[in-house]
Design a protein around this ligand. Sequence first.
Ligand SMILES: NC(=O)c1ccc[n+]([C@@H]2O[C@H](COP(=O)([O-])OP(=O)(O)OC[C@H]3O[C@@H](n4cnc5c(N)ncnc54)[C@H](O)[C@@H]3O)[C@@H](O)[C@H]2O)c1
Length: 449
Amino acid sequence: MADTGQQRAQLLATRPRDQPGPLTYRKQESAGAAPAGHPVREFLSASRNIYAGMGRVDVAVVGGCGHVGLPLALAFASRGLKVAVYDISQAAVELVNSGRMPFQEPGADKVLVEVLANGRFGVGTDPSVLGTADNVVVVIGTPIDKHLNPEALGVPQEIEKLAPHLAAGQLLVLRSTLYPGVTRMVERLLEQRGQQVDVAFCPERIAEGRAMTELFSLPQLVSGRTAEIRARAAALFSKLTSEIVEMEPEEAELAKLFTNTWRYIKFATANQLYMIANDFGLDYDKIRTALAHNYPRAQDLPGAGLAAGPCLLKDTMQLAAFNNNQFTLGHSAMLINEGLPLYTVARLERRFDLGRMTVGILGMAFKGESDDIRSSLSYRLKRILQFKSRRVLCTDPYVSIDPNLVPLEQVLREAELLVIGAPHHQYRDLQVSVPVVDLTNLRGQGSGV
Ligand SMILES: NC(=O)c1ccc[n+]([C@@H]2O[C@H](COP(=O)([O-])OP(=O)(O)OC[C@H]3O[C@@H](n4cnc5c(N)ncnc54)[C@H](O)[C@@H]3O)[C@@H](O)[C@H]2O)c1
């Protein structure tokens, strides 16, 4: 696939603006949520200032109601640390304070209820709590803007706003995925303000859905300008994991971007090989399974599938921007991964009279067993199919923030063709009488389209 500027411009111009609007938090009960009358709820309703009575805390987490911040805060609290969560989302704060997770993260619900009950975990919207912490961890989002440029200044700008609440002698841990050079920028910013705060960058590398195990099992990359800062950060993360890898901040910034970019390129390799096999009338997954059988050097060849989500594409973009847009492999990966929905529909058009058909998409999250629709390519697939087919019906058992989704039963009743977007387990053994496009070969009946 040629990486021409025109193709790239087309790709970038059509990057999904096709999802439902800003994320709003669902009100549904999640497993392990504190029920009415539970001591946690009683305590919360009795106290307006949720941090009151906590005194000094070990860790304050900025952005602590997010997909990364909340599991991290819970993990620290589960290891006996006193943790204050600060977040600007009132809705998320209320939900968490009532003992409910704002999103799905296996194992987190139970810990949340426990740590709220033991009084070592406070969640609120008051930034002054930062001044009471020995360690402040910042894990706010670092998105790309609507033109797909990294918002490199986002973290320094937020830290400048929070700076009046920081206290001398604190360790400030940056944990968001950063555009290279941002750690240095934050160091300078605090120096210029005359604030004696140690700055470390310790990137998060968990996968959503595995946070509550990976936080305790993955090695932690720890970086800081001096051995003393690295030792402070290592001491903090040693509460969670036994393996600490020390680096310079710029090395760690690149290490995080390389981690995600490598994964994204691997998915793109699989997707391109998939298209080659498919165009040749062969099943990619059958070939992949055969070549990887007892062959150690091919174990990491992924299956095909919609490769999306809040991190992989945007971090590949960040790296491309950092390298003055000279990143042929990264840009090619974007074209391939982002192009898979179009390829799929183009292939379907050859086999079916799509314009007369109702097509069902099973799974709208960005990956299997997730409720996260951020940057999900199922929505791009939906948009293309809305243009090409008579009608599109979408369903997902986990996603509760998209009012346009319909129940699975309706999709199964009305769709004449099914495409699996997110390979949730429940679709594996579905009994259906219409053709199913199954890029990941979830159902074991072939991945071709
Ligand atoms: N989601 C992942 O799987 C994952 C994995 C590794 C790293 N990361 C990185 O972690 C960072 C956070 O990602 P996320 O998925 O948790 O994002 P998110 O949007 O789920 O969470 C961010 C949280 O920060 C809050 N917030 C935003 N600005 C704030 C401010 N100024 N003060 C206080 N709170 C604020 C938001 O309300 C939200 O709750 C990003 O840099 C991302 O690239 C994400």
